[in-house]
Design a protein around this ligand. Sequence first.
Ligand code: N01
Length: 867
Amino acid sequence: MNKPPSVPEHFDAVVVGAGFAGLYMLYRLRELGLSVRAFDSAGDVGGTWYWNRYPGARCDIPTTDYAYTFDPDLEKEWTWSEKYATQPEILDYLRLVADRHSLRSDIEFSAAVTSARWDEQEERWAITTSSGQEIRCRYYIMATGCLSMPKSSEIEGAGRFGGQVYFTSRWPHEGADFTGQRVAVIGTGSSGIQSIPLIARQASQLTVFQRTANFSIPAHNGPPSADRLKRLDEDRDEYRHAARWSRGGIPTDLTDVFGMTASEAVRRERFEAAWAQGELFGILNVFADQGFNPASNDIVATMIREKIRSTVKDPGTAEALSPKDHYFGTKRPCLDSGYFETFNLPHVRLVDLRTQPIVSITEEGIETADESFGFDAIVYATGFDAMTGALVAADITGRDGWSLKEKWAAGPSTYLGLMTTGFPNLFMLTAPGSPSVLSNMAVSIEQHVDWVAGCLKDMREAGFETIEPTALAESGWDQHVQDCAAITLYPTASSWYMGANVPGKPRVFLPYIGGVDAYRKACDDVVEQDYLGFRMTGPGRARCHDGVVRRMQPDVALVLELLATLGLPPMDTLSAADARALMAATAATRPPGPEVGEVMDGVIPVPAGDLPYRLYRPAGLPEGPHPLVVYFHGGGWVLGNLDSDDPLCRDLCARSGAVVVSVNYRHAPEDRYPAAALDAFAAVQWVDANAIELGGIPGQLAVAGWSAGANIAAVACQLARDAGGPHISGQLLICPVVDSDLTRPSYQDNGDGYILTTALMRWFWDHYADPADRGDPLAAPLRGNLEGLPPTCIVTADFDPLRDEGVAYARALEAAGVPARLTRARGHIHTSLTMVDVVISGAPVRAEIGEALRTFFPNAVPQEPVS
Ligand code: N01
């Protein structure tokens, strides 16, 4: 007899997961009046706190902050007993939440969604469960957690062991008794570091197998922080608001102390205070630059290693426990209670797998390259297929039969870490591309759930039933996520943030490191701009405001934010003297730029008088001679001098291996057009004529400049061609002024808010040249004859009013038969590339510039460029 076809049940939404995220999502969906069914393969609520029951399991975010805030009465009624609560207490808390809001009635436990397929016709998700149910739902929401899919054990012989086997991530409910046993723990991440001291209390012998030594600081657990409790009591709303708009989801006063410039006393004081505080965000905030400056990071790392050495008595063990292969913070640091002290116990031993790797698990124990160990129990604390594991394992098929696993084969791609193109109405909570694991999860979860609930409400009110990100918005967000990571040290580590712990997993930085505050702002901006980057459809209607929510490099955005807080007067409202003073004051506080071999000042005698120059000679061998680059600083022909572009000149010298001669030409308004341009040409002639004395190679001379400096560099090249010399091997024009037309689209797009404004550009022109002269090729080289000019590299920045004239110059040069290379400084402003070691994201562009300069001199002896 044929089985009757099952009749699918219909719900508005299905939620997978009943942990922190799933419970709150269920609550909010119900509040919207939607019918919801939630599933969890666990036997009860709790998510990660249901499964991770190993001894010592605790949160590593202070409990004052690791809690829901949506239920004010719950906040009043519940008090945490410790600064960092144990797993049973957190599980009790989540059970209470489920009880208070009667959430269990809509959750099926011990039941998993086995597949989910988007039905294009019905515009619904077709879902099957492990109990054979068929369900149709409009919205499918994955609240599956970031660290929920245990990493499968890739260790040879893992199934062979005859004793007891435990996984920290799947600990038995009845617990484990190691009394009198010989126990192995494999793995020294947070789970291993929390459980090892407690396992050591029972075991007769404990052997810890460590592949990577990990940074850990003492949690100093005890009662909840009095300071945080006080702030909460004084003004709970304000405290919660501060958490929501903080970098990591916990109110933290971000330091402005830089490790590299702080005194030894300040360094020590700040480190010891963070050590004593015992909070992750404290130790990650000892110095403002420790997340991106290797030397600053090393100060913190060295002090932690000192602590390890002073705690662990056996010097060899202390050395092996001291992390050396990654920057502090780039793998998640741990909070411990007596971890390093445990290695002073006579029955505890560390096996360093870097010196003796595991060959195989055997029936009796573990065999390494050097020894055979016998054990009664092996504990795997080997971690998770983090962030993507649970999502790709969930058999989700979107449009055109494409699975999420296939789509993410080369790494995940999301819009806001919430949705992904091709999977309409699929929401993922705290997915890759959101702050998630880098933040206080409680705050990030509430933000995500609130955003999704708000979105569904807005859709309903506007008559839409489907939502999906556009390809443009998604690729823009992916780029932004990677841009944020790229300016930090994080991608350098083989961490689970990078997917590096799972063999074969693509290496992509998974979470969003730009901060909870920046992320929340981006999500809010998307909503405010009519759900920018999302396509919504409903009966007889569709809406799509396509675009990219964050196009600017993150460090440039920070610089602009900082400048805005300084309240400086617009330059174009100042006199030339005051503008020069302001520029000099700003220059005095910036990093110096890279070391070079020699810096030497001199003067160039030109018909109009002496022009000061500064020469930068590359460091290292060979000592020379080198090619020569004559460089002209920026500043709108009015501002700037040898100091203003000093860091950039050092950088150009170090990267190109050329001697850079930076020339200070005459400025307007004292000396107006064409004084600067004529000085530039005279300087190029003089440098060419004195190449040997300057340590240069005769005939290997390039001309370079930034902004107005690039203007006179371009003019000098035209004059040299017309004069029949000197021979110029190439010209490098960084964000050049090549025309006097202030109506180009880039002026419309970028004329306000990005330091170089339309008003300032007008002020520069007014100081430099009469309107009648501004179309002359000596002022606007774009309007000159471009034939026969040297090979050119032009750099344009996306957020620069001068962007379009730079592009126009490159096109015009090409049309005139001149080899022209156009380098786009993506997400940058006019001044980005001069802000060496401030705008870190400018470094790869400057590396391209250095490479372009080298190509001007194919016969020069090659040197190692700086990285
Ligand atoms: O996992 P992990 P975890 N052979 O990946 C080693 C959160 N969490 O469960 O570093 C030998 O950090 C691996 O070595 P390596 C927290 O965010 C929070 O401990 O890859 N060793 C590493 O030492 C945390 O970061 C808390 O070289 C192998 C360890 O196993 C995240 O969860 C508590 C190996 C795995 O460390 C994951 O922590 C617990 C192999 N084949 C977890 N494979 C709180 O405090 C892996 N390892 C809230």
